[in-house]
Design a protein around this ligand. Structure first.
Ligand SMILES: NC(=O)c1ccc[n+]([C@@H]2O[C@H](COP(=O)([O-])OP(=O)(O)OC[C@H]3O[C@@H](n4cnc5c(N)ncnc54)[C@H](O)[C@@H]3O)[C@@H](O)[C@H]2O)c1
Length: 272
């Protein structure tokens, strides 16, 4: 595909490398928001006995305890997962190694979501008590760290459910492998694994509007200012340019294909 883009002299902007000054990925955020919000639905369905789960109702009922949901990663996907699971009245534990993220959740949810600093032993302790484990970690530009070993998965409760949202980056559970909406789950060590690589694809109506809301301002800027003007005015958009005419302008793409790398600023004078 890279060869074809270069040969055609295309200017190619990749959604996943548009990055703002705070390191956020504005064109990926809506998909993480959707996958995060979908994950308690997937967990609730697969906790049901006919779907292989332990037969616990996610939110419980009066006098009967709800499911305990452990979410690893308090970024866009993880916070939304915890938010919706809390709305469904589950018991929630949210872990992240970034305490600032946890502080934000504490302020908003006022103690209704238990926040814990993420460390190997804490994750293990929490997962052994969990009915649902949701993996939502991201290390930018890298594969997801494997935070949960097969040995820990094997000791989780029978019929508990793992939803590994991070699966599109390799997954954060050692036992995760990518699945599709047609066949979303498999069981390993008695634990139901839901590891769909493109969760938002199941809700295309919402996903398309959410994505278009994020992309349209960039498209309008290009239409109004011309490509050079839009790229010169917006460093976030400029970071998205992977190929520019016959040049590879993204260092990682150049390295992956053994092609020469040309910084975009060598091709477009700043402020052009
Ligand atoms: N399966 C799908 O359909 C789908 C859809 C959208 C996004 N995703 C994936 O979901 C994942 C999360 O995306 P996001 O946008 O929420 O990312 P994000 O950057 O907003 O959040 C990731 C969080 O992980 C935390 N983290 C990193 N290492 C950690 C560790 N060792 N322990 C605990 N926390 C750790 C970070 O501090 C951060 O808060 C990504 O892998 C993304 O590709 C999957």
């Amino acid at each position: 595909m890279t060869d074809a883009l270069l040969e055609a002299g295309t200017v190619g902007i990749a959604y996943e490398t548009v990055e703002d000054e705070a390191g956020r990925l504005p064109l990926l955020a809506p998909m993480s928001e959707i996958a995060g919000r979908m994950s308690p639905h997937a967990a609730a369905t697969h906790l049901e006995r006919p779907h292989g789960g332990s037969g616990i109702l996610l939110g419980g009922v009066s006098g009967v305890r709800p499911a305990r949901v452990v979410v690893i990663g308090a970024g866009m996907a993880g916070i939304n997962a915890a938010w919706i699971a809390q709305g469904m009245e589950a018991e929630i534990v949210l872990l992240d190694k970034n305490v600032e993220r946890l502080r934000y959740v504490d302020h908003i949810h006022k103690g209704r979501i238990l926040t814990l600093a993420s460390a190997g032993l804490t994750i293990e302790e929490q997962l052994l008590q969990a009915d649902v484990a949701i993996g939502a970690v991201l290390v930018a530009g890298a594969r997801a760290p494997k935070l949960v070993s097969e040995e820990v998965v094997a000791r989780m409760k029978a019929g508990s459910v793992i939803v590994d949202i991070s699966i599109d980056q390799g997954g954060c559970f050692a036992t995760s492998r990518v699945t599709t909406h047609t066949n979303p789950t498999y069981v390993t060590h008695g634990v139901v694994h839901y590891c769909v690589g493109n969760m938002p694809g199941a809700v295309p109506h919402t996903s398309t509007y959410a994505l278009t809301n994020a992309t349209l301002p960039y498209a309008l800027a290009v239409a109004r200012k011309g490509l050079g003007g839009a790229l010169g005015d917006d460093p976030a958009l400029a970071k998205g340019v992977n190929v520019y005419e016959q040049n590879v302008t993204n260092a990682a793409v150049a390295e992956a294909h053994g092609l020469p790398f040309t910084p975009l600023e060598h091709l477009i004078p700043s402020g052009a």
